[in-house]
Unconditional design. Sequence first.
Length: 364
Amino acid sequence: MPMTRWFRRAAMLLLGALALSGCSFVGPQSVLDPTGPIAQAQLDLFMWSFWLSLIVLIVTFSVMALVLVRYRRRRANPDAIPSQFHGSTALEIGLTIVPVIIVILVAVPTVRTIFETEQRVTPTEEDLVVKVTGYQWWWKFEYPELGITTANELHIPTDRRVVLQLDSADVLHSFWVPRLAGKRDMIPNQDNQLWFVATEPGNYYGQCAELCLGAHAYMKFRVIATPQEEFDAWASTFDIEGAQLVQADPQVQQGYQLFAQKGCTTCHTIDGYRADTMVGTPEFPDLTNFGLRTTLAAAIADNNQENLEAWLRDPQVMKPGNYMPTLWQADDPNADEEIAAVAAYLLSLGTADDTEARAPMGGN
Ligand SMILES: [Cu+2]
């Protein structure tokens, strides 16, 4: 029955439209919702080419529709041939010049934007320089002027130019925060640069944009832009004299002990607390002030007691393929209690006040 077929077609169209409308244009990783000059310039260029293409499309399709209707075969005189204009010099010149003009209209702003946004800059004292290193599958952020090393959450001040030095410790990665700037490759032993300005405070979502094997899809990060004073307050929490404070709470104390006993210190640093076996720069996420982090394991989950416990019990469940081992046997009778204590300790980092005891140096 043709009627039902039409109904089905209409329903399919409606569903398609609904699905499309589900793709929000202003999600947390949308290039259509830029903040700051770089992302804005890139969007402007995109919109310019988009409208230009739309005009070309409308003109071309209108001419096509006109020709189809006007010169269609007519019943009254089926063999009639429309008047021919082969060899029309005016038309040929026109059809050559118009595309050239269109190419110029696209090329000039494109080249200009590339020079404006991709140009290498020499950082001045006004700028904030951050060294970013990509690892399989997390990010190290170092602030050379502030002596801070952290992971997966890049704090920056608003309205100030941030100059990133991009590097990779292993394979190719790509640094991408769609709302702040376009992608930039991170290549081992090649010093790439990216700069941007966040003009609004916010929590910007980032993502590795270069297939880097295993847990690539889980290699996310956050850029947390706050006014300069808040940024300074965050940075000052890293002024740790000798060792990070440990809260007096017995569970936190237990977690602190276990952190060394379970061997976490062979890989992870907490300021003033690292195993002697660890040499050179840490190749694993620095956990100093971890309690101030909002996310966990390269921004794949919220940082809270429940998720941290799940992570510690078996990191492979939450983030398949990553390089952190499980440190508790499945049948360990103390696992629940110990994991809860370590999670509580990690969440307390950076939140203790100065009246609490400083942790002794070194692991066990
Ligand atoms: Cu990657």
